[in-house]
Design a protein around this ligand. Sequence first.
Ligand SMILES: CC(=O)SCCNC(=O)CCNC(=O)[C@H](O)C(C)(C)COP(=O)(O)OP(=O)(O)OC[C@H]1O[C@@H](n2cnc3c(N)ncnc32)[C@H](O)[C@@H]1OP(=O)(O)O
Ligand SMILES: CC(=O)C(=O)O
Ligand SMILES: [Mg+2]
Length: 349
Amino acid sequence: MRSPRDFFKPLALGAPQPLADIPVRPSRMIHFFDPSNPKMAEKAPSIASRVDILLGNMEDAVAIDNKEAAREGFIRIARENDFGDTQLWTRINSLDSPWFLDDIHRIVTEVGDKIDVIMLPKIQGAWDIHYADQLLAQLEARAGIQRPILLHCILETALGVANVESIANASPRIQGMSLGPADLAASRRMKTTRIGGGHPGYLVRDDPDADNPEAPRTAHQQDLWHYTIGRMVDACVSVGALPFYGPFGAIDDPTGCEDQFRNAFLMGCVGAWSLHPSQIDIAKTVFSPPADEVLWAKRVLEALPDGSGAVMVDGKMQDDASWKQCKVMVDLAKLIADSDPALKKAYGF
Ligand SMILES: CC(=O)SCCNC(=O)CCNC(=O)[C@H](O)C(C)(C)COP(=O)(O)OP(=O)(O)OC[C@H]1O[C@@H](n2cnc3c(N)ncnc32)[C@H](O)[C@@H]1OP(=O)(O)O
Ligand SMILES: CC(=O)C(=O)O
Ligand SMILES: [Mg+2]
């Protein structure tokens, strides 16, 4: 393990100083597009104006024959556009793939100053991060980059989940993590063929009625991803990084998508992926705190001005701990209100 004294020192001469704190910016959706797809590439600027994070994807979902076109397309789009407050990310190919080295080298040295975060797929353990961390430092130094590029890991192998805490602690570059339910299901040999979401077979059924054992029994579908999201949230938050739900593949099921996103929001995730333009507004709705909850939280903060003691608000006891819960809600609302006038009004700021 590295000495704690060295943790915030650059890993290469001339590389920028690592950040002590991960920037917290609106991050309700990471919108994926394929830069090798001319229609999607053309729409990148207009989509950027609707999303918090725009991500050019090079990995899965980009056909092998299009890998180089995706890389070239992304570099061109990054070079030609200034997306303002919208973060620009890329998901590069995995460390063991034939494209990784060219992806990271070309992107960092040619448009490294335009990107905020590189998403790394199929991260298995801290050793993957140590490798990428040092390589990035060398490339940043070569390109003269002033601001460190951050890393976002996809949690999508059984080994990665087993090592989630050490991955989170591996580098000050760790910006956050996303759940990768498709690769993770395959890695674990789970018997689901869906990308994220629930499964009708994963349920708990009410006990039989003692007086009427033949009566129909209600079944309650459970969330397949609860355990992994819980581990990911704790691992991320314990190092000041941001947890995200990943993709919901059923583009034709906006209700299921909204429910899955909301479970993740309630458990502590800051955002989710949008794979199709129709999922952008779902993520925006879910990951912006509801106005009634924000107004309530503001009342609790007002009732306990210094955040201590115990009072009743509308029949409910409030104390230091519930004050902190309400502060989480109000701080998020303020962050989002800064860039959303309609929500600013609804939240009463
Ligand atoms: C498990 C994982 O790794 S998930 C992450 C990897 N997967 C991805 O990144 C998938 C990204 N999304 C896509 O590839 C596409 O949305 C698909 C394949 C799911 C659906 O694509 P289509 O069948 O073309 O969808 P649809 O016909 O509804 O598209 C409507 C319009 O939106 C555009 N569009 C679709 N998806 C996107 C997108 N992600 N970003 C920008 N524009 C998009 C289409 O180009 C089309 O434009 P047009 O009206 O000018 O023709
Ligand atoms: C998100 C992703 O890459 C997966 O589910 O496999
Ligand atoms: Mg994957």
